[in-house]
Design a protein around this ligand. Structure first.
Ligand SMILES: [Zn+2]
Length: 94
């Protein structure tokens, strides 16, 4: 019987590890793209993905997203959901 062996890759990584655009702490695990017209793809970790889609980002997370190239013109960040300070106005509580 053939035994399969997996070897850890030792190839150098072309790009530096990308960190979540919301928390900046964890590696990007999800790219949320094309959800709504005009939205810029969100590169996020699993933790933050839930908060993003449930419209319950903290002020700090909201501002970090804006710093990372997003705008409050995007559906998930627009003025009905967050005020100018980034307070969540309509979090979807589960
Ligand atoms: Zn994150």
């Amino acid at each position: 019987m053939t035994k399969l062996e997996w070897q850890a890759s030792t190839e150098p990584v072309d790009e530096p590890v990308k960190l979540c655009q919301i928390c900046g702490k964890f590696e990007v695990q999800w790219v949320l793209a094309g959800t709504y017209p005009g939205d810029i793809p969100y590169h996020v970790c699993s933790n933050c993905l839930g908060q993003l889609v449930n419209l319950e980002l903290t002020k700090k997370q909201f501002k970090t997203l804006l710093k990372n190239g997003h705008t409050d013109e995007e559906y998930l960040l627009h003025g009905d959901f967050y005020d100018e300070q980034g307070n969540a106005l309509q979090p979807r509580r589960t």
